[in-house]
Design a protein around this ligand. Structure first.
Ligand SMILES: Nc1ncnc2c1ncn2[C@@H]1O[C@H](COP(=O)(O)OP(=O)(O)O)[C@@H](O)[C@H]1O
Ligand SMILES: [Mg+2]
Length: 382
């Protein structure tokens, strides 16, 4: 087992496509790390550099204590699982899973004939590992089938089995669940987390799906345009996003942003959005920005129907009146599209809400979770 470190890693394609830009990231031994970000942000490139399928332009890549920049892929002791599981169609599941091991650990036919006893031992050990992996993935009953006789989910398990039996130092997974339907994706997601708990192997998992990232990662590394934006636990990234990009990318529906200005109204620090004004938490770093423009961020989950029983109290300070533009029922909640003056924003409301489209209603905002950002850099101010 081993951790993985990117140290000032840059990858440039052609003349000037910086797929990965000066990446510094330490993945701990045994950790489940998720790289997440929109398409094209450099996730796959970062993963392929660990695998040795892509050479870095600059920086040091470490697996454990070893600098692996010049170590060929086959000697890196990693196993990769892709979105396209690429099973051999003419082989059974058993053969697919054992193929790599047989290739690596068994000599050729001549060796097998001249070293019969040794060959038998190797075959038995391979068999034991295939059976163990199959059991772990609940595919023991499928071992004699061919890939075309399997469902998408079962095929993905076989691909996982092929990676597991190698007992690698590091697992790399590039959007391995993308080809599964929504229900199976959620189920397999949980199984992968469980599997990681059992195997405890360092795992780097790539996805563009922020829900997948939040639910699976012990830590999440959010990337944009080849640049690491923030790396922390799901809770931290959600509650204390480093900048507007992370704030808007993590969470669903996304955070609402509004132009605002910091004011000192009779000794009280406020963020003023023209149509309404909210008090800053005492001691907030934005108190130093009186008179300056900022971006105010409010998550849809931080907005409550003031007529209901809420986890936060309704006070004159935290309550605004808004027009209900659209209401989308989701069963357990409503997504409300609200309007105050020129501002439009989303609120996730409890399903018990009695608000009506086209009417005005009062909404209470959780003042503890207001986010303030620098209007140009987008950096969080807190
Ligand atoms: N082999 C390549 N040649 C040229 N550009 C590439 C190559 N692979 C990736 N890129 C570019 O690098 C950037 C990052 O790509 P990629 O790592 O695949 O992103 P992601 O996996 O996050 O979608 C993109 O702009 C992509 O077009
Ligand atoms: Mg990719």
């Amino acid at each position: 087992m081993a951790g993985v470190s990117f140290r000032n890693i840059t990858k440039v394609f052609g003349k000037d496509v910086k797929a990965v830009n000066n990446l510094n990231l330490e993945i701990k031994d045994g950790e489940f790390m998720v790289l997440v970000g929109p398409s094209g942000c450099g996730k796959t490139t970062a993963l392929r550099m660990i695998a040795g399928l892509e050479e870095s332009t600059d920086g040091d890549l470490m697996i454990g204590e070893t600098r692996v920049n010049d170590v060929p892929p086959k000697d890196r002791d990693i196993a990769m699982v892709f979105q396209n599981y690429a099973l051999y169609p003419h082989m059974t599941v058993y053969e697919n899973i054992s193929f790599g091991l047989r290739l690596r650990e068994l000599g050729g036919l001549f060796w097998q004939l001249t070293h019969a006893a040794e060959a038998k031992k190797v075959k038995e050990s391979i068999d034991a590992r295939v059976q163990e992996a199959a059991k772990m993935l609940s595919i023991e009953h499928l071992l004699q089938r061919r890939p075309k006789e399997l469902s998408g989910g079962q095929r993905q398990r076989v691909a996982l089995g092929r990676a597991i039996v190698r007992k690698p130092k590091v697992f790399l997974m590039d959007e391995p669940l993308s080809n599964l339907d929504a229900k199976l994706r959620i189920q397999t997601r949980a199984e992968l987390v469980k599997l990681h708990r059992q195997l405890n192997v360092t795992t780097i998992y790539v996805t563009h799906d922020q829900v997948e990232a939040m639910t699976m990662g012990q830590r999440i590394a959010v990337m944009k345009d080849g640049l690491l934006q923030q790396c922390d636990t799901a809770e931290k990234v959600y509650n204390e996003p480093a900048n507007m990009f992370v704030a808007g990318f993590i969470g669903s529906p996304p955070m609402n942003f509004m132009d605002a200005k910091v004011e000192n109204t009779a000794g009280k620090f406020m963020v003023n959005c023209d149509d309404f004004s909210l008090p800053l938490k005492p001691g907030h770093a934005a108190e130093k920005l009186v008179g300056q423009a900022v971006k105010l961020g409010i998550r849809p989950e931080a907005i409550f129907d003031a007529a209901m029983n809420n986890p936060i109290p309704t006070t004159p300070e935290n309550t605004i009146t808004a027009e209900v533009d659209v209401l989308e029922p989701l069963g357990h909640q409503y997504i409300a599209y609200l309007k105050v003056g020129d501002h439009s924003f989303l609120a996730s409301l409890d399903a018990g809400t009695k608000i009506q489209i086209g009417t005005n209603a009062k909404f209470a905002l959780n003042l503890d979770s207001l986010h303030i950002f620098h209007p140009e850099t987008g950096e969080a101010i807190r």
